[in-house]
Design a protein around this ligand. Structure first.
Ligand SMILES: *Cc1c(COP(=O)(O)O)cnc(C)c1O
Length: 398
């Protein structure tokens, strides 16, 4: 009998199960809303990236329906051939204006933006410098370059200086240097010191690329993101990358910067050139999300109010909320097993928040990651806090 060539699928999966590293998928039955139905149970949602509740906003839904009626459900092609619709162009003009940039370009996803653009910005003879905790999509983008790689310690600007000084001594001299960092780090909710990164890198003539997936529609003036948050411009930060899949409530990656960044990016990024463009309702819903951010400041304001209330209450109960500076709030637990148990017990108490455990974070640093939401009411927040207190005492965390 011949050997089954796919036998590894089962054995490797079983190994993951044995180490409790497998994903057990929960099912969201209905919209992503503050009180959502998950696996048949009504829960307070504390782990969605839908920070502002826009994924279920009536104006976005209507815009999507209208676009289906006027443009259909698909674009028919990649953008460079026959799939570049007026809606895609309009979205990019609106996004650039919102970001205060010369130009923007939309990719199918944020992952596709990082994987498609990073390997075009640097190559052989160049250097790419990353924060050690950058997102996996950046890591994959970096793996596709032929550039040399260096990392600096997490948010550590003097360490970045050390790497830049070493780079200066390199022979032959690097042609280009690209510094790349997350804006808001998704496991800890801390913010990259982008202003200091800009200052440190200026004398070295390095390009700066920030992935602001968790900062958009959260940080900055009216949710304009991390470049606005630090009062910087796109002459300081050359690529501001983001996603419509988080606070914007839809899906799609994007970059903002100079007109030549846009032209370069769409001519060179293989993920952009060789993959179908967004369905019309996606582009239309993203435009509606920008409309809402420009006209209804209450969503971002509420998000921060809720964040302050929640984190203060949790700290008053004695929980350690780590390095959080944003609506991402890690509730530190310690051991992976305890964090898993904590999450299961929270779910039983009607609160949906997931554990983040090794290897996503270091051993002994397991946590429950809370992602705050603007649409949660005081009553929702108080119920959630009460559940945390109850389970925290039960498991001797507080
Ligand atoms: C979510 C995320 C992405 C991926 O964005 P998608 O549009 O969902 O593909 C990229 N970078 C960071 C930092 C993220 O958090």
């Amino acid at each position: 009998m011949t050997r089954d060539p796919t036998a590894f699928l089962k054995s490797e999966y079983e190994e993951l199960v044995k180490q409790a590293l497998d994903w057990r998928l929960r099912e969201l039955q209905g919209p992503s809303s503050p009180r959502a139905i998950v696996d048949g149970k009504e829960v307070i949602m504390l782990c969605s990236n839908n920070y502002l509740g826009l994924s279920n906003h009536p104006k976005l839904k209507q815009a999507a329906i209208d676009a289906i009626k006027s443009h259909g459900v698909g674009s028919g092609s990649v953008r460079p051939i026959a799939g570049n619709m007026d809606l895609h162009e309009e979205l990019e003009r609106r996004l650039a204006k919102f970001k205060g940039a010369e130009a923007s370009l939309v990719y199918q996803t944020g992952f596709a933006a990082n994987a498609g653009l990073i390997p075009q910005l640097v190559g052989k003879g160049d250097l790419i410098i990353s924060d050690e905790l950058n997102h996996g999509s950046i890591i994959d983008g970096v793996r596709l370059t032929r550039a040399e790689r260096a990392i600096f310690k997490h948010t550590d600007v003097p360490d970045l200086g050390r790497v830049l000084d070493e780079a200066k001594k390199h022979k032959p001299a690097y042609n280009r240097i690209l510094i790349i960092t997350d804006g808001v780090f998704s496991m800890d909710g801390d913010i990259a010191p982008l202003d200091q990164i800009v200052k440190m890198s200026n004398p070295h003539g390095a390009m700066i690329y920030v992935d602001d997936a968790h900062g958009e529609a959260v940080l900055g003036k009216g949710g304009r993101g991390i470049v606005s948050h630090f009062n910087l411009t796109h002459r300081d930060v050359h690529v501001e990358m983001g996603t419509f899949s988080k606070a914007f409530g839809v899906v799609g990656g994007h970059i903002s910067g100079s007109e030549y960044l846009r032209k370069f990016a769409y001519n060179k990024s293989r993920t952009w050139l060789l993959s179908g463009s967004h369905p019309p309702p996606v582009a239309a819903a993203c435009i509606a999300a920008i409309d809402i951010l420009e006209t209804e400041p209450k969503h971002v304001e509420n998000l921060w109010k809720n964040r302050e209330y929640f984190i203060k209450s949790m700290q008053d109960f004695g929980f350690n909320t780590g390095m959080s500076e944003t609506p991402i709030i890690p509730v530190m637990i310690g051991e992976s097993d305890d964090a898993q148990k904590f999450s299961v017990r929270l779910f039983e108490e009607g609160v949906f928040a997931l554990p983040i455990v090794y290897p996503m974070v270091a051993r002994g640093q397991a946590r429950i990651r809370v992602i705050m939401n603007s649409a949660l009411t005081m009553e929702d927040l108080n119920s959630a806090i009460t559940a945390f207190e109850k389970v925290g005492k039960e498991l001797n965390i507080i």
